[in-house]
Design a protein around this ligand. Structure first.
Ligand code: C2E
Ligand code: CA
Ligand code: CA
Length: 732
């Protein structure tokens, strides 16, 4: 259905709210008038729609929100005999495009919220429409059943006695009635039946029933017919399609009864027909809407799962192949160009995908967001599915013009291929999803093919993620401490707390295995709090046990903070509480934040760190040099320590040291010192490195050369011994 010309909608808005509602009713009436079969003229229809427009306006504005009145509007349309499916889609179109524009309250309010309410009103309206139509159909059927009964007794009576009374009923009935002899020759039809068949008498009367077969007839239809005319059955009821003389199809609910004479000998057959074409169309439409994506018109998730299920339960050794596509960087398009541009991009992508899967047994669907799937079935999917993936990536590669600029869209595809009958749709999709992420992880713009081993790894990851919360409760985490050493004299400065997970099944897991998962699920907040509590308590213990001082001053503790923790509103309060309850002075705590977490950080994000720094807590910029932060930016950050990433010191493991690395580190140290930042180097594994870094002016160091991360009491040995000699030999 077309919406009224755009000019209608965007013409200057009337100032008076009443006029605006009136304008809305007019647009509405114009949209649906061509498809209503009522006796109203356009103006009358508009007059009838106006009160409904008021109901929608009220519903849109009233708080708390209630969508129920929109259901009544849907029902009212049916009540006005506006029952064509086009009426519903036309109405929804108008509500979608114009209700908020013309009927929202004058007072400014949240437009997102307003649109959401408008969407819910549309759903309620459609539901009300469908329900009313169903109810109307039911009561129609009841009337039909009643008149069928009367017609039948009357017909029998008529055949026996009063021809005239029969005629009256026959002609006046609202449903189609026809009488044929037992050979199938049509003897009589009433007006209603003629109308259903398109009004041409010659095409109905005098024909034989047997000519009205239709390819969609169930075999049952004609079996029951035979039984009836042989006198073995009194009646039957079926849903049956007919061809009209113009080739269009008429769908009916058909009831056929056998008429016997006074002696009980079969004489005629009486057919009662109800035209269900319109209802069927509506059902088809509703089914279409339930199985297709509104934005792109592609089959949606529901339909895709139906097809996949069918493909996976197919017999006779067929195979299936599935490409699971996720666009690369779609979020960035959405965020920078806006949602409507994002939508247009998706529509364009959908169109291109559709051209890739046109063979029999192939389909494309949109699963939601920027996720699409292409499915292929048949005997040779092993080759076909990779061809399909190549076609998709190629189709995406041509730039898309959007908002006057050319965008290049890329995607990552996970392929799953295999014989039917082995896996469930959910298993297939999970494998496809995992594989797609593998393609993304490998840089995107490519496809990867599912393999069981990679799946298993990902499923382990999934298992770890779900086990994390319980693991924290069960106390499966523990902390190892790695000493930080003053480079000039080798005395212990403090230690970095590094968390580990003692997994009941997989043994000890390093943080790289679970910190990213904890971060994604938010568990990092309670986990990080636990690490902070535990390690601050530990630092306080060291101080107690050793008179509070190591050779180079009070022993300090470094704790890693993840980006999520950084943004968590409880960070400052939690930290202060932990420090207070342990009694550790703030200056003995250093929080390590990665450089990448602070790139582009705004003042709001930096504020908690500033407050902590003001309290005396040290902030270290961890993994420095791995991000791309602007060095000039360092001044803005509330940091007091740079932790130089291991990659810089790797080139100094053996002599002669890599001269470029030496130069870079020299430069960074000079810059850091000019900004009054201390420099810590990570990953010191050899004495040569240590010597070189000391020479370059680095302040503290950490690495296997001094000690591997270990249990908290190992640090005693190191600090007491004022260790310069390695506790653990260098290298692994
Ligand atoms: P990081 O902060 O850069 O920690 C240093 C990592 O380097 C540690 O790995 C440590 O064991 C390792 N390392 C130390 N010395 C050497 C050396 O000489 N050579 C080599 N090759 N490696 C060395 P680990 O323990 O696996 O920690 C990995 C990362 O996990 C840490 O990197 C940190 O970002 C994160 N992490 C650890 N504990 C926590 C925590 O409690 N909270 C948060 N948010 N992250 C943590
Ligand atoms: Ca760290
Ligand atoms: Ca680091």
């Amino acid at each position: 259905m077309r919406l009224p010309a755009q000019a209608e909608g965007t013409a200057a808005l009337p100032a008076d709210p009443e006029d605006r509602i009136g304008r809305f009713a007019r647009i509405w009436s114009r949209a649906i008038f061509p498809v209503t079969a009522t006796s109203l003229n356009r103006q009358e229809l508009e007059d009838r729609l106006l009160p409904l427009a008021h109901v929608l306006t009220e519903a849109l504005r009233t708080r708390p929100f209630d969508a129920l009145p929109a259901q009544q509007v849907g029902a009212a349309l049916v009540g006005m005999h506006c029952t064509d499916p086009e009426v519903l889609s036309g109405t929804l179109g108008v509500v979608e495009s114009y209700l908020v524009l013309y009927c929202a309250a004058d007072a400014p309010e949240d437009p997102e919220d307003c649109r959401a309410r408008c969407a819910r009103l549309q759903h309620a309206l459609a539901a009300g429409f469908a329900r009313a139509l169903r109810e109307r159909t039911l009561s129609e059927q009841e009337a039909i059943a009643r008149s069928a009964l009367t017609a039948r007794t009357d017909a029998q009576a008529a055949l026996h006695a009063s021809e005239e009374r029969f005629r009256a009923v026959f002609e006046g009935a609202a449903i189609g009635i026809g009488i044929a002899d037992l050979q199938g020759n049509v003897l009589e039809v009433n007006e209603a039946l003629l109308r259903m068949f398109g009004g041409m008498e010659g095409h109905v009367r005098g024909r034989n029933v047997a000519e009205w077969s239709h390819p969609e007839d169930t075999p049952n239809v004609w079996n029951m017919y035979e039984e009836l005319v042989r006198g073995e059955r009194e009646h039957y009821r079926v849903e049956k399609p007919y061809y009209r003389h113009d080739g269009t199809v008429l769908w009916t609910n058909l009831t056929v009864s056998l008429l016997r004479d006074a002696e009980g000998v079969p004489q005629y057959q009486l057919a009662l027909m109800e035209d269900t074409t319109e209802r069927r169309l509506l059902n088809l439409r509703l089914r279409y809407e339930a199985t297709h994506d509104a934005l792109t018109g592609l089959p949606n998730r529901t339909l895709f799962f139906e097809r996949l299920e069918k493909a996976l339960t197919a017999k006779d050794g067929t195979r299936f192949g599935l490409c699971y596509l996720d666009l690369d960087g779609f979020k960035a398009v959405n965020d920078s160009l806006g949602h409507s541009a994002g939508d247009r991009l998706l529509v364009e992508v959908a169109d291109r995908l559709q051209t890739c899967a046109t063979a029999a047994g192939e389909m494309v669907a949109r699963l939601g967001g920027d996720e699409f799937v292409a499915l292929t079935t048949g005997p040779d999917t092993e080759e076909e599915v990779t061809d399909l993936a190549v076609r998709i990536l190629t189709a995406l590669s041509a730039p898309i013009r959007l908002e006057g600029r050319e965008l290049t869209v890329r995607g990552s595809i996970g392929i799953v291929e295999g014989p039917a009958g082995e896996r469930t749709p959910a298993e297939v999709l999970r494998s496809a999803d995992i594989t797609m992420y593998r393609a993304k992880g490998a840089g995107g713009n490519r496809f990867e093919i599912a393999d069981a081993e990679a799946d298993a790894r990902a499923i382990t990851r999934h298992g770890l993620t779900t086990a994390l919360p319980a693991a924290l409760e069960r106390g499966e985490f523990f902390i190892e401490y790695q000493p930080l050493v003053h480079l000039h004299d080798g005395s212990v400065h403090g230690a970095e707390a590094l968390v580990r997970w003692s997994h009941p099944q997989y043994g000890v897991l390093g943080p790289d295995r679970f910190i990213p998962l904890a971060e994604r699920t938010g568990l990092i907040v309670p986990l990080g709090r636990w690490v902070l509590e535990e390690s601050v308590r530990q630092a306080r213990n060291w101080q107690h046990e050793h008179g509070g001082r190591a050779a180079g001053g009070p022993l300090r503790i470094n704790v890693n903070l993840s980006p999520t923790q950084l943004a968590h509103p409880g960070l400052v309060a939690d930290t202060v509480k932990v420090l207070e309850s342990s009694g550790l002075e703030p200056g003995a705590l250093c929080l390590e934040v990665t450089e990448s977490a602070l790139i582009g950080a705004d003042d709001e994000l930096l504020e908690p760190l500033r407050r902590l720094a003001d309290l005396g807590v040290d902030i270290a910029l961890d993994d420095f040099g791995t991000g791309y932060s602007n060095l000039a930016n360092l001044r803005r950050l509330p940091v007091s320590v740079l932790k130089l990433d291991r990659s810089f010191t790797q080139g100094m493991q053996h002599l002669p040291a890599d001269p470029v690395d030496v130069k870079i580190v020299e430069g960074i140290v000079a810059l850091a010192h000019s900004l009054e930042l201390a420099v810590t180097v990570e990953g010191v594994e050899t004495g040569a490195q240590a010597a070189q870094l000391r020479e370059l002016g680095c302040d503290t160091a950490q690495g296997w050369y001094y000690a591997r991360p270990g249990s908290p009491d190992r640090i005693h040995a190191l600090s007491l011994a004022d260790a310069v000699t390695p506790v653990v030999p260098a290298g692994r």
